[in-house]
Design a protein around this ligand. Structure first.
Ligand SMILES: *Cc1c(COP(=O)(O)O)cnc(C)c1O
Length: 419
């Protein structure tokens, strides 16, 4: 791709990164450039690809559905892929999530969740509109998603448009009580509609991992004040943390849950927001002003729903959980080599996600370490996209031990190069 391309890329500063790599093909855990170079997709193409690129079953489902019904208005109409998908999602998600609202991205799933929470309280005649969120959170790049996410350089220009939220300190190791105390205080102050959290892992915030017991406590405190819990499982869902959904590890049933990314195995865009019957019922009325007023043009696109149904069949019929457990074990043995290495800190892992912070080099070097690391991996045919000085891996589940060795060997070599 040349710098004369009219394409404006996401999260890309074109002045310092003028060239985008032209990808022609994907297969399994690997991408292939137009000129035939292979690249190992160590971050699942931004956390979406779970089983691997072009899983045959998903490809077939997309083809078959495209031959039958491509798109249909979803207000007043429905179709089998959406009906089947919704039934199956209700069956496999935490019990008590009984209704499914479709949208097209993680950000919109979060917007839908926030609107459900606000609509719930309004329709019940209670004035609760404050939202609580964690420090360091990421919930997407729409205005609502940015509002509940961490504020900083990424959203500073839009700050005047963002709504205020009560920010709870991140439950860092040994400091979880401060988070829970802040939650309790905010809930007691009243007017709180919901707490939104990324369960167990703050993804874009730096792959920060906190224990299931803290999530369970957050749920308990919310419930004792009638505050809704919104679980943003957009990244953590579909096996990333070792279980199908992260909330399972805490035995937590959220009131609202958002899923996207791996929902279609990472093939086509789709998102869902699930909610309890209580929330659906609060919108159920012959009074039309209590309707849930939300839609996107492609709500529950049949091709995307068919891809998601195929994803669920893969989970049912293939040893996905075994692949995830194996990947987790491979990470664990490979991370070990960095534990006594003073150039790395905060070595951490949950399920298929591994992360470590680079502390080598002087301050000047560290300021630009992210782009340096990214380029160094790229030169070795590895797609790794560090978050600042945090190197993380989030590979597709079909990755082999040899694939992982490529990346782990490269981590050592690249950081050797910093000196
Ligand atoms: C990626 C992500 C989103 C946003 O999803 P998009 O599909 O990029 O809009 C929201 N929440 C979390 C936790 C995410 O990781």
């Amino acid at each position: 791709m040349t710098s004369t391309s009219p394409v404006w890329h996401p999260f890309t500063q074109h002045a310092v990164q003028p060239e985008a790599t032209l990808i022609a093909k994907g297969e399994g855990a690997w991408l292939e450039t137009a000129d035939g170079r292979r690249i190992y997709d160590a971050i699942s193409s931004w956390w979406v690809v779970t089983h691997g690129h072009r899983h045959p079953r998903i490809v077939q489902a997309i083809k078959d559905q495209a031959d039958r019904l491509d798109q249909v208005i979803f207000a007043g109409f429905t179709h089998e892929p959406a009906e089947q998908l919704a039934r199956r999602l209700v069956a496999i998600t935490p019990p008590g999530l009984d209704y499914v609202f479709f949208s097209d991205s993680g950000s919109t799933a979060v917007e839908v969740g926030l609107k459900m929470a606000l609509g719930f309280w309004r329709n019940r005649g209670e004035s609760r509109s404050r939202i609580l969120a964690l420090q360091g959170a990421y919930h997407g790049d729409t205005i609502g998603g940015m509002s509940v996410g961490e504020r900083g350089v990424f959203n500073a220009p839009y700050d005047p448009l963002l709504f205020e939220v009560d920010r709870l300190p991140y439950p860092a190791e040994g400091r979880a009580q401060a988070t829970l105390d802040a939650l309790e205080r905010s809930c007691r102050a009243g007017g709180v509609a919901a707490l939104i959290v990324e369960p167990l892992v703050l993804g874009a915030g730096g792959m920060l991992i906190y224990p299931p017991s803290v999530l369970a406590e957050m749920k308990r405190i919310c419930a004792s004040h009638g505050v809704l819990l919104i679980a943003d499982e957009v990244m953590t869902g579909w096996g990333r943390t070792g279980t199908l959904f992260a909330c399972e590890q805490a035995g937590v049933v959220p009131d609202i849950a958002c899923y996207s990314k791996g929902l279609t195995g990472g093939s086509v865009p789709l998102a869902v927001t699930l909610c309890s019957a209580e929330i659906f019922d609060a919108h159920y009325s012959t009074d039309r002003t209590k309707t849930f007023f939300h839609s996107s043009s492609y709500t529950a696109n049949p091709i995307a729903c068919a891809a998601a149904v195929a994803n669920l069949e893969i989970w049912d019929e293939e040893p996905v959980r075994e692949r995830i457990a194996r990947l987790g074990a491979w990470h664990a043995t490979r991370l070990d080599r960095f534990r006594d290495d003073s150039r790395f800190a905060n070595i951490r892992q949950i399920g298929t996600i591994a992360a470590l912070d680079v502390v080598a080099g002087d301050a000047g070097y560290m300021a630009n370490i992210g782009p340096y690391l990214y380029e160094s991996f790229r030169a070795r045919g590895l797609l790794v996209r560090p978050l600042g000085n945090t190197i993380y891996l989030m590979p597709p589940y079909c990755s082999t031990e040899a694939d992982l060795d490529l990346v782990y060997d490269a981590i050592g070599e690249i950081v050797d190069g910093i000196g």
